[in-house]
Design a protein around this ligand. Structure first.
Ligand SMILES: [Fe+2]
Length: 395
């Protein structure tokens, strides 16, 4: 939830009569609210009643629920997964593969090749989708949101939408926050505005424009809308267009944030990775490592210091650049360093980094405060020898 926005036509106050311009009745208000009625909200105005739908039924659409792999396959070790091995094909609605999860977060990989032909609304939480490759537009009740490679796309819980792909080669990392996702509280001032020393400003965010439906389209149905709650998918048929919106306002709408708009912090000596925090959820944070100059103390060691972060699991998606602290990893690799297991630069990387002045790395990190379970899908992507790549080879 970023800031207040308004699009289209809305009445002078909420919850009052909104006459249709043709004199044939009124528009129908829909309030999407968080935390009961105490949190962020958006108010949308529909041409047709939102409850005018067909029976809810089971569906074959959607993706598989996250299920932990056998316990004996989950020995505590540093792991590396290759997201490039995820099969390519299908629609975003169907092709996601859950790879890691806990009670707060599900992480999924998707390499779709087709635009969605059905609408979807996720009742399990906010989605933060990192666009690792590809571009297109997100169609939703709030209008059209363009996205491109390197964008985070944040879709609040309960927003009806479809992914429209442009071109080929799309790859996504989906982070499904089981509770709310937010801008870190410390980035805002008392009025809610982003502070001047926040790592981004309001202008950096891309917001939806236009409307997905025009009154000239009429009812425009029927359309299928797929719902997910507790990882169970169902669908209903709307006799009219589900995005029949003439106007909306509020603070809860999809946004995109280009990762390279993130303003990195630099220290005289090495700052902890939390200095790169970009988004926060309940029980996890998302950090962006972007190209930057490195630490400037004359004796600085720009490489991350070895650490045992005993209270969090750490997932890192390597996107591009020279990952100075690692060997054997490349774009599309995703590491998991579980809590309680020490990790840090590979042998030699620590020393080699001394004196360097820049890093061109681009990576997304997710720290979770409850251990992650690994799915069988993730094991199929794993490079099993990764844990042992820290061994110092005898000279
Ligand atoms: Fe770490």
């Amino acid at each position: 939830m970023l800031d207040y926005q308004r699009r289209g036509t809305v009445p002078e106050k909420h919850h009052i009569v909104f006459d249709r311009p043709d004199g044939k009745g009124v528009y129908y208000e829909e309030c999407i609210t968080r935390r009961g009625f105490d949190g962020a909200y958006a108010i949308l105005y529909h041409a047709f009643p939102t409850t005018d739908d067909g029976a809810v039924r089971k569906t074959t659409r959607g993706w598989s629920a996250p299920i932990a792999a056998n316990f004996e396959d989950q020995t505590l070790r540093r792991r590396l997964f290759d997201a490039n091995k995820v099969p390519r094909g299908g629609q975003m609605l169907d092709c996601r593969i859950p790879v890691m999860f806990n009670c707060d977060l599900v992480m999924l990989l998707a390499n779709p090749t087709q635009s969605d032909d059905a609408y979807f609304t996720n009742g399990d939480g906010d989605e933060l989708v990192y666009v690792y490759a590809g571009s297109g537009k997100l169609e939703s009740s709030f209008g059209w949101l363009p996205f491109k490679e390197g964008d985070y796309v944040w879709i609040p819980k309960g927003v009806i939408h479809r992914w429209h792909l442009e071109g080929e080669g799309h790859s996504f990392l989906v982070m499904e926050a089981r509770k709310e996702l937010r801008i870190p509280t410390q980035f805002r001032n008392a009025t809610g505005q982003l502070k001047m020393d926040a790592p981004y400003c309001h202008r950096d965010f891309v917001r939806p424009e236009g409307m997905a439906w025009e009154p000239s389209q009429g009812a425009g149905g029927p359309h299928t809308v797929v719902y997910k709650v507790r990882d169970k998918f169902s669908e209903r048929t709307m006799p009219h267009h589900p995005l029949d919106i003439v106007g909306w306002d509020g603070t809860m709408y999809p946004v995109a944030f280009p990762i390279l708009k993130f303003q990195p912090r630099i220290g005289q000596i090495h700052l902890p990775p939390t200095a790169h925090m970009t988004f926060a959820g309940e029980g996890f944070i998302v950090c962006s490592f972007v190209p930057r100059v490195t630490d400037f103390h004359p004796k600085a060691i720009p490489c991350p210091y070895p650490h045992t972060s005993v209270d969090c699991d750490e997932v890192l998606l390597y996107i591009r650049g020279n990952f100075t602290s690692r060997k054997g990893v490349g774009p599309g690799c995703m590491s998991l360093h579980p809590m309680g297991v020490p990790h840090g630069p590979h042998p030699g990387a620590y020393e080699r980094s001394i004196g360097s002045e820049r890093t061109d790395e681009l990576a997304v990190m997710v720290d979770t405060f409850v251990p992650l379970d690994i799915t069988a899908n993730a094991l199929a992507l794993e490079t099993p020898e990764y844990h042992d790549t820290w061994k110092i080879q005898p000279k």
